[in-house]
Design a protein around this ligand. Structure first.
Ligand code: MG
Length: 286
């Protein structure tokens, strides 16, 4: 019993302490800024950031290797990939957008097309009216069959858990980009273990097990975790999300910003007509 006292005292100190991103042992994050000329010749402050010594959005494969390509098995023809189970909340079954709005609560400009939903020009993000925390999410998507652009400009969209944390959607079939921003990356934070993309125009799936982050006094005390299957292939195995996934320039990414226990599911309008269908969710215990 006597031996427990120092342990309990230490536990009290640890739980009583304020916890910041830097209170976690890993990763080691370094941030700095530099004044640089932009495209218009104006001097602007540019943010840089390394995570465990690797620059955010590092493109050099000798520093941040490209995830190996794994070819998934064929998707079932003429039907959804995984139909909703009996206890799922079906957010989109291909017939209407009743459960969705624009991010300001007004009607969405996304359109229904062949049983899928798709952004139109300048339609903005779409979000679910219902809000969720920890969950199992299934979503199917197809990047445009008509291939245009390259890098981040080809079939870019995104699946945002709680409206915040992006699992990237991108056409990375014969298209390379920085690994922490390729299809199925936790954007800016973690590349997928493998590149499991199907061809442009083919239906693909994400199955995501997400546990929400926890905050206390405005600071993160428990980070979010992601387990993600892309086309049935494991690409994130209970990965702890080390911070936010918001773009902060070419080499920096956002940190956690405290929020509530639930948030909407969002899909990104990145200017490419990426289609989504068969969206269902099962709420999980934290
Ligand atoms: Mg995106």
């Amino acid at each position: 019993m006597r031996k427990l006292a120092p342990v309990l005292a230490l536990a009290f100190i640890l739980t009583g302490a304020n916890c910041t991103a830097s209170d976690f042992d890993s990763p080691v994050v370094k941030r700095w800024t530099k004044m640089e000329k932009n495209d218009k010749g104006e001097m602007k402050e540019v943010k840089y950031m390394t995570i465990d010594g690797i620059m955010v959005h590092e493109e050099d494969p000798t520093i941040q290797p490209q995830p190996p390509i794994v070819t998934p098995g064929p998707a079932p023809e003429g039907d959804v990939i995984t139909a909703a189970p009996s206890d799922a909340i079906v957010l989109f079954d291909g017939t209407n957008l009743d459960q969705w709005t624009a991010t300001d609560g007004t009607p969405t400009k996304w359109i229904l097309k062949d049983g899928a939903m798709q952004p139109t020009s300048d339609s903005g993000y779409i979000q679910s009216k219902a809000e969720f925390g920890s969950c199992q999410l299934h979503v199917e998507f197809a990047t445009p069959a008509n291939v245009e652009g390259d890098g981040q400009g080809r079939g870019n969209s995104g699946v945002f858990l709680m409206g915040e944390y992006e699992v990237q959607v991108l056409d990375n079939y014969n298209n390379t980009t920085y690994p922490d921003g390729q299809c199925a990356a936790l954007y800016g934070r973690m590349p997928p273990m493998v590149n499991a993309c199907r061809k442009p125009g083919e239906w693909q799936s994400y199955d995501i097990i997400f546990h929400r982050p926890h905050f206390k006094d405005g600071r993160v005390t428990k980070r979010a975790t992601f387990t993600v299957f892309h086309n049935g292939i494991l690409v994130h195995d209970k990965v702890e999300l080390t911070g936010g996934t918001g773009w902060e320039g070419g080499n920096s990414i956002s940190e956690y910003v405290a929020h509530g226990d639930k948030g909407p599911l969002k899909f990104q309008d990145h200017g490419n007509p990426v289609s989504f269908r068969n969206v269902w969710i099962r709420e999980l215990e934290d």
